[in-house]
Design a protein around this ligand. Sequence first.
Ligand code: C2E
Ligand code: MG
Ligand code: MG
Ligand code: MG
Length: 282
Amino acid sequence: KAKNAPNAHWVFYKPDMAEQIVQRRELEQELREAIKQNQLFLLYQPRYDISLQKITSLEALVRWQHPTHGLFMPDQFIPLAEETGIIIPLTDWVLTTACREVMAKSADLSLSVNISPVEFKASDIVFRVKSILADTGFDPSRLELEVTENATLSKPENTLKIMQQLKSFGVKLLMDDFGTGYASLNYLRSFPFDGIKLDKSFIMAMDDSDSAKNIVEKIIGLGKDFNLEVTAEGVETLSQLQQLEEFECDIAQGYFISHPTTLDKIELNQNFKNKKITIPEE
Ligand code: C2E
Ligand code: MG
Ligand code: MG
Ligand code: MG
């Protein structure tokens, strides 16, 4: 067939694609502005120490209140931020804001912040974190950076160096969504993580699957062997919390403890063992 015969798909999709590019450009511009104009805000989700029966740490989760389109969740703008480099000022804003807000809430809370895999590859993350800690006066040993394991796919020597530098001034490293990537164990072996966050899909499967329970128990045991703090993500029921306590899991996080919420709504001294109802949604 002739090479330049009309291509129905191309003709059909072209206007759509052009439109998408324009929309993307607009959103990109709006996101840059959003950071400057304070349209971003943070919700916090408690991390509950199961044996201490105490909230010991808060994870900052970013939201974007768009002036006309309403509330955007991170999945709707973090990928765009990563592709455009906006992630750098965005993370700087998240880190600075979270350090200030959490310090004002309590002097002995730790803070977890999600760092994008893309920026974790560049060594300026070390300088940025260090400056923000200095600017805010936040105690480095109470800062935990959460990184998903694909962060380390390329240039492992580089990543290792960055991790060691961050750790050298006391910052902790948590592997987020543990078990969802294809090389979780390999990463544990190669990089100096202080803890793992067991992905919510494992916890959610526990209630009706013995094999899921078994896997969770084994991963918690493995965490202990490696001297890692183990957090269970996505804890939604009392029975999951009880099961995790039995397995001697360190930290629980999830809707049963609390939805991500504004700082003022977080009650630090709650005992979740006797809790009957869940906190209403954000
Ligand atoms: P993540 O760090 O794994 O955070 C956990 C996500 O699961 C959050 O979604 C949280 O609201 C949700 N979650 C917590 N407990 C439960 C539960 O019991 N059940 C269920 N079904 N879900 C639960 P969110 O806030 O939409 O964040 C999604 C992802 O976006 C985060 O996953 C994180 O990877 C990313 N993210 C959030 N904030 C930031 C940020 O400031 N910077 C960067 N780079 N990424 C961020
Ligand atoms: Mg996280
Ligand atoms: Mg996670
Ligand atoms: Mg994640």
